[in-house]
Design a protein around this ligand. Structure first.
Ligand code: MLT
Ligand code: MN
Ligand code: ZN
Length: 298
């Protein structure tokens, strides 16, 4: 399978339109700092049949930026066949509305994510006059996976953190999941988890079983959202386990065999500065930040 990062930022991107924090101010004059909302393009064994994990507000730019994802000659001959969703957050789903010119959009999601999009964002009702929106269940890992262009795909449920617009919806373990992609031909597995609220046996086992892991890199440390003034809550309180610190994700990933790359970076994260010393700290642990347009072949 082929994986390509089309974006690696958290909600707002880098720079965020209304922000002049050091990360955003640094990114305005420096294209090398800029990051679009996190999205992974995936190609299985069917040539020209790509899927995206998450549909971001940057989706049309992200597709334009990839020659293989541009339409072929003729009308509406797009190589984008489906979208997989890790959660129902706005930064991962608003792009669905921008796909309305398609004849058909296939979307795979867990039941609470589908319900939030249907009942909270009214995606079905809004898109129905424009396109044929086809839902498919993203089964929990352990149940039979769906076969998508030669890849076995499932969801590893990570947390019951709901989007703010669905704050009153019911608890469910699969509000936020890692998308697990397994290639039975090569025997390789990739895990895409841009929102991880807590370290658990579930994520521990899923990471141990993977060859490549894209993990929540929203915040460097737990106090970052409070220190930078974006929230009164800690990173953990916002549903994003930080990278650094005694229970930070870096301490859990240290020494594991998989290639681990952080994604979904918030603009407050010092790692958005390519010269930040924190990059060396990660490198010493065998970890790194995912770059924009990075490709991994597994
Ligand atoms: C998150 O990652 O926590 C959400 O996307 C936050 C948001 O954008 O409101
Ligand atoms: Mn987000
Ligand atoms: Zn900022």
């Amino acid at each position: 399978m082929l994986l390509r990062t089309l974006g690696t930022a958290a909600g707002g991107g880098v720079p965020q339109w209304n922000c002049a924090c050091p990360g955003c101010a640094g990114a305005r004059p420096h294209p090398g700092w800029r990051r679009q909302h996190d999205c992974l393009a995936v190609l299985g064994d069917a040539p020209g049949a790509w899927c995206l994990v998450n549909a971001t507000p940057d989706i049309t730019t992200q597709l334009q930026g990839q020659p293989e994802l541009r339409p072929a000659a003729g009308q509406k001959r797009t190589p984008l066949v489906r979208v997989l969703l890790t959660d129902a957050e706005l930064d991962h789903t608003l792009g669905l509305f921008q796909l309305r010119e398609a004849d058909r959009i296939e979307v795979l999601a867990t039941p609470p994510v589908r319900a939030a999009l249907t009942e909270g964002l009214h995606v079905d009702r809004v898109l129905a006059p424009y396109t044929d929106l086809v839902w498919r269940d993203l089964p929990p890992h352990g149940e039979p996976p769906v076969d998508l262009s030669g890849l076995q795909v499932s969801a590893v449920p990570l947390s019951s953190k709901r989007p703010r617009y669905a704050a009153h919806a019911d608890e469910h373990p699969a509000w936020s999941s890692a998308v697990r992609l397994h290639d039975p031909d090569s025997g390789t597995t990739a895990l895409y988890a841009p929102a991880l609220a807590a370290w658990s046996d579930t994520i521990e086992a899923a990471v141990a079983d993977a060859d490549a892991v894209f993990l929540d890199g929203t915040f460097w440390d737990d106090d970052e959202p409070r220190r930078t003034g974006i929230s009164r809550r800690t990173a953990t309180g916002m549903g994003h386990l930080p990278i650094d610190g005694p229970d930070g994700t870096a301490s859990h990933l240290n020494g594991i065999g998989a290639r681990c790359l952080y994604t979904h970076l918030n603009n407050t994260n010092p790692l958005v500065d390519p010269s930040a010393p924190q990059h060396k700290e990660l490198a010493a642990l065998g970890l790194a930040v995912a770059g924009e347009g990075m490709e991994i072949s597994l």
